[in-house]
Design a protein around this ligand. Structure first.
Ligand code: M6R
Length: 608
């Protein structure tokens, strides 16, 4: 979603802000802007559309200085136009504000400010903050911000500059991530570490309620009463290469091809082959606590919700503990049955998804123990959970989640293995699962060898207008994930269904125009899926079948076959997801879609 960057130091600020904004492009945005202090006054440039347009505006009317803030906006209040792009200025032009989040009492504040004579020039909720700070300013920008925040309700990651108190950026966080990048003779502010990774690895993650006062040679963090807060300096462990495309046409393709490594990294040091179990250091649950879990709730959104469905099956099958999977957006407003023996697993690549975070807080409030299965180190979910499992998949830049999904399933398998061995899973069965997991990276390499063949299939189906994805058992969530991948990046309507459920409605859609992707590895329900394939063929549907064996029963039923290696049923989604990702990717590329930044989508959805 929206991105924030700020800088104070010796460097020319404009190229630095633009570079930081470009590094956050993957998050999704529809307008961009910068504010720069030139030594005398504050000036802004803002444009709708991509950052290239902002660069063109800056080339036509350059700005220069050593202090500045920049923003990419994903429209919520008002369309993506120049007047709605951030930074927003106060009526007298002295204050510039960039903001992620939503000010809930913006209408009331707007009316009150209008009565004082303030004229609004945008449709945004953010503009009220700029005018409010102008109204409350009395010599100190941080004091004006504190006073303004006491009147604001809602969520925010905020950065503010003022040319009456010019050599500082003040920032505030409530519900929208922000961090300070600590340099030597320079300091940074960002909503995403990737924005500043080229300049410093030293970061201070702000907590909700923190206000930061950042100057060129120093920074301090205070609370709403101006009391100093102590915050530790963390180190970003990623390399710059990990957030660059490295010779691939798109981040999504790079991330698909990274999966042998990302899956290996999720398991590294955790899989204990001899004992058939897993070591997960961050759970913060004792042996007794693990044994006394009555039920598990897994909450998530989107792709993470699909991995949760796979986790549900694994845990119920091997640990015999009841599991419910809840859309985070629904869970947070329900009256769920949660006790102090409920374990709530919170799945999130970004660790910042607003609904997932709210669901976790609700589960916690009701007494559940929470475990975050999160990829982004230091993210809000990772910092607020009771314990967790980092995915270690490396930064995922493509908006369509790929390697995070396979790592989520691996992390859930590790957790299941550990929990099941504490219950009554035998060492023999535990070893069998651990061995099968150990082979996954090589097996993914084998699947990736089919990329060219899948590209040919994509050519055949690139003009389709609808797709059905069907699977049963562990392959049902995989089918859902395949359909989501296709629709989000190619804009082709696609639906995932349990294969047998097709007869109860979607079968009406099947004719010679309808491609149907079957996820049909040779697992416990394979024979049943063959019957479903026959039903589609009988109605002249076109079949693309992901299988794991040469199977006489399938002869004559398949238009296109994609072969994956055999593994345990519970691990099949990890292998079957890869060809589905490739199919979606190649179809989208052939349709000319912007694969890494699909329209209307954001990498992490930080609004409700
Ligand atoms: O960061 P999260 O895992 O919490 O994100 C959840 C969804 O927004 C995300 O998985 C989304 O569905 C992706 N675009 C799917 O590719």
């Amino acid at each position: 979603m929206c991105g924030i960057i700020g800088y104070l130091g010796p460097k020319d600020v404009v190229p630095l802000l633009i570079e930081g904004l470009k590094r956050m492009e993957y998050r999704g945005y529809d307008s961009a802007g910068v504010a720069v202090y030139d030594g005398k006054t504050l000036n802004t440039r803002r444009t709708p559309g991509k950052i290239a347009k902002l660069e063109a505006a800056l080339a036509a009317a350059p700005l220069a200085g050593h202090v500045g803030i920049g923003h990419t906006r994903w429209a919520t209040h008002g369309p993506p136009t120049e007047k709605n792009a951030h930074p927003h200025r106060s009526a007298d032009g002295t204050v510039a504000v960039v903001h992620n989040g939503i000010i809930e009492n913006a209408n009331a504040l707007r009316s009150a400010l209008q009565e004082l004579g303030y004229v609004f020039t945008s449709d945004t909720d953010t503009e009220v903050i700029a005018h409010l700070i102008q109204e409350l300013f009395d010599g100190s920008l941080e004091e004006a911000l504190l006073a303004a925040l006491s009147k604001i309700e809602g969520t925010y990651g905020l950065a503010v500059m003022c040319d009456k108190d010019p050599n500082k950026i003040v920032a505030a966080r409530k519900g929208s991530p922000l961090l300070i990048g600590v340099g030597v003779g320079e300091n940074f502010l960002a909503s995403d570490p990737s924005a500043i990774l080229a300049h410093t690895r030293q970061v201070v993650y702000l907590d909700d309620g923190d206000i930061a006062v950042i100057e060129r040679d120093s920074y301090r963090v205070i609370d709403a009463h101006a009391t100093p807060m102590s915050r530790k300096v963390d180190r970003i462990l990623w390399d710059l290469a990990e957030i660059e495309r490295g010779g691939f046409d798109h981040f999504m393709l790079k991330e698909i091809f990274e999966q042998p490594t990302s899956v290996e990294n999720t398991m590294r040091g955790r899989l204990i082959l001899d004992d058939g179990t897993a070591k997960l250091g961050g759970l913060n649950l004792s042996h007794d606590e693990l044994l006394h879990i009555d039920n598990v709730i897994i909450t998530a959104c989107g792709t993470s919700w699909h991995s949760a469905l796979i986790g549900e099956m694994m845990i119920e099958e091997l640990c015999r503990i009841p599991v419910e999977v809840e859309y985070a957006s629904e869970f947070r407003y329900k009256n769920p049955i949660v006790t102090d023996r409920t374990l709530c697993i919170v799945m999130s690549q970004s660790g910042e998804t607003a609904d997932t975070l709210a669901a976790m807080r609700e589960a916690k409030r009701r007494g559940a123990r929470t475990l975050g299965f999160v990829n982004v180190v230091g993210s809000t979910i990772a910092r607020e959970d009771d314990g967790g499992v980092y995915l270690h998949a490396g930064p995922e830049i493509g908006v369509a989640s790929t390697k995070a999904f396979t790592s989520q399933v691996v992390a859930l398998a590790l957790f299941t293995l550990k929990l099941a061995r504490k219950h009554d899973l035998s060492v023999v069965r535990g070893r069998e699962i651990a061995q099968a997991m150990h082979h996954l990276p090589d097996q993914i390499r084998t699947v990736l060898e089919s990329a060219k063949a899948i590209e040919t299939i994509a050519e055949e189906f690139k003009d389709a207008t609808n797709f059905l994805y069907l699977g049963r058992g562990y392959s049902f969530p995989t089918a859902l994930e395949g359909a989501l991948k296709l629709k989000e990046i190619s804009y082709i309507h696609a639906e995932g269904y349990p294969a047998a459920e097709m007869k109860h409605g979607p079968i009406a859609l099947i004719d010679e125009e309808m491609p149907v992707v079957f996820v049909a590895p040779h697992d416990a329900v394979f024979e049943k899926v063959v019957s479903n394939i026959q039903e589609v063929r009988a109605r002249h549907g076109r079949t693309i079948v992901i299988t794991s064996r040469d199977e006489p029963n399938l002869k004559g039923l398949i238009d296109y076959e994609i072969r994956i290696p055999e593994t345990l049923d519970m691990l099949m989604p990890i292998l079957a997801a890869v060809p589905l990702q490739l199919l979606a990717y190649y179809i989208a590329v052939k349709r000319g879609a912007n694969v890494d930044q699909p329209r209307n989508l954001a990498k992490s959805v930080t609004v409700e």
